[in-house]
Write a protein that binds this ligand. Structure first.
Ligand SMILES: NC(=O)C1=CN([C@@H]2O[C@H](COP(=O)(O)OP(=O)(O)OC[C@H]3O[C@@H](n4cnc5c(N)ncnc54)[C@H](O)[C@@H]3O)[C@@H](O)[C@H]2O)C=CC1
Ligand SMILES: O=C(O)[C@@H]1CCC=N1
Length: 253
């Protein structure tokens, strides 16, 4: 996720590579950064943080406290931003030793500038800090401020959502193959159908139910397909997916 965010921010020109330092202990991942983002410096936490105004923590949730556990005063004056699922503002504040902390839930389409991020802020976050966050996240897609109480549900919906949509696209393509289309054509058509439908909903502002009804001719093909979806519980399955991921985000916290 850190790669997607940095990649999207660099592509949008909102930051330059020489403004970013990456701390990454894993050798394979270091090699990825060197090969794919050669302008970004790889360094250690002890030298990166004192030279920076803001820090983005993009490690697994159970590693956040370990990263924050540094000598007294280490995080003073730094805007500390975490994207870890379930890790609360209170945990971030306790670790950083101050309330200038931000909890973000981004998603992977940030890599192509089409992300959806929601964030909530700690007690000492200033208006300019908010603008910094809006600028950085806004450069890679939609950025909205929410209440912390909404963060687990955001995680279950938009944070995990790209995986659900990938599964749906893959399954649509499988259906095309099952019905006789070559794999590459089926994948192209499935992907463009999901992209185009999302754009149509966004640009027309019309309710998905209305746009769905407009596709379904009486006695036609679409209503036969919709009937199969309802019989197989697709609607309930997606609702259950968001609920399960929301519950897991609560557990991680
Ligand atoms: N993958 C996703 O779509 C999303 C992930 N997130 C959050 O982003 C965080 C990272 O998730 P992923 O990118 O999926 O995991 P990942 O395992 O791909 O990335 C974590 C990275 O942290 C590095 N790391 C481990 N210990 C470290 C340390 N002490 N200092 C610096 N780096 C260290 C690892 O080597 C690895 O490269 C998680 O907290 C997750 O909840 C949030 C939104 C979406
Ligand atoms: O699966 C996860 O835990 C992370 C958080 C949201 C998306 N990926």
């Amino acid at each position: 996720m850190g790669r997607a965010l940095v990649g999207g921010m660099l592509a949008s020109d909102v930051v330059q590579a020489d403004q970013i330092k990456v701390v990454e202990p894993n050798a394979e991942s270091q090699a990825w950064w060197a090969a794919n983002q050669p302008g970004v410096a790889l360094t250690e936490l002890a030298s990166a943080v004192p030279a920076s105004s803001a820090v983005l923590i993009a490690v697994k949730p159970n590693v956040v406290s370990k990263v924050l556990d540094q000598p007294n005063g280490f995080w003073d004056g730094k805007l500390v931003v975490s994207i870890a699922a379930g890790v609360s503002l209170e945990t971030l504040s306790a670790g950083a030793g101050h309330g200038r902390v931000v909890r973000v839930m981004p998603n992977t389409p940030s890599l192509v500038g089409a992300g959806a991020s929601a964030y909530c802020v700690g007690s000492e976050v200033t208006q300019p800090d908010r603008q910094t966050i809006d600028t950085l996240l806004g450069a890679v897609g939609l950025a909205v401020e929410v209440e912390q109480s909404q963060m687990d549900a955001v995680t279950g919906l938009s944070g995990s959502g790209p995986a659900y949509v990938c599964l749906i696209i893959e399954a649509l393509a499988d259906g095309g193959v099952a019905s006789g289309l070559p794999r590459s054509l089926a994948m192209k058509l499935a992907t463009q159908t999901v992209l185009g439908t999302a754009q149509m909903i966004q640009q027309t502002g019309r309710h998905p139910a209305e746009l769905k009804d407009a596709v379904a001719s009486p006695g036609g093909t679409t209503i036969a397909g919709l009937n199969a979806l309802e019989q197989n519980g697709v609607r309930g399955g997606l609702i259950a997916a968001v609920n399960a991921a929301t519950a897991r985000s609560k557990e991680l916290g």
